[in-house]
Design a protein around this ligand. Structure first.
Ligand code: CU
Length: 112
């Protein structure tokens, strides 16, 4: 086969492998939000693995999931779901909040 075909073949062959590896390594966490409260208010994940937070906003209004220490922010429309991808973290406690209700709507991700 030609060089360009060989490269294409190699790239296509590698794609599913890297995709599967990523899915296996990530820790998935279910989180819901209602009446300005996260449930659960504290979530945990192992260190050094990517984290995927599946967030359900059960309120009718939009909220904004934000964490300065995790460097993520995402607006989630009312009554809808969002996926928040968090990079692998070192052990520690990382606070997050709804930016629209920052004082009361708070939670934390504990990485150990
Ligand atoms: Cu923000």
């Amino acid at each position: 086969m030609s060089l360009s075909k060989a490269i294409l073949f190699a790239a296509v062959a590698l794609l599913p492998i890297t995709g599967a590896a990523r899915a296996q390594n990530a820790t998935e966490i279910q989180l819901s939000y209602k009446d300005k409260k996260f449930d659960p208010a504290e979530i945990s994940a192992p260190a050094n693995t990517p984290i995927v937070i599946k967030l359900k906003n059960l309120d009718g209004k939009a909220m904004e999931f934000e964490s300065k220490t995790l460097k993520v922010e995402k607006v989630v429309a009312g009554s809808s779901d969002a996926t928040i991808n968090v990079r692998a973290q070192k052990p520690g406690r990382y606070e997050f909040f709804d930016e629209y209700n920052e004082k009361v709507a708070r939670g934390a991700l504990v990485v150990k």
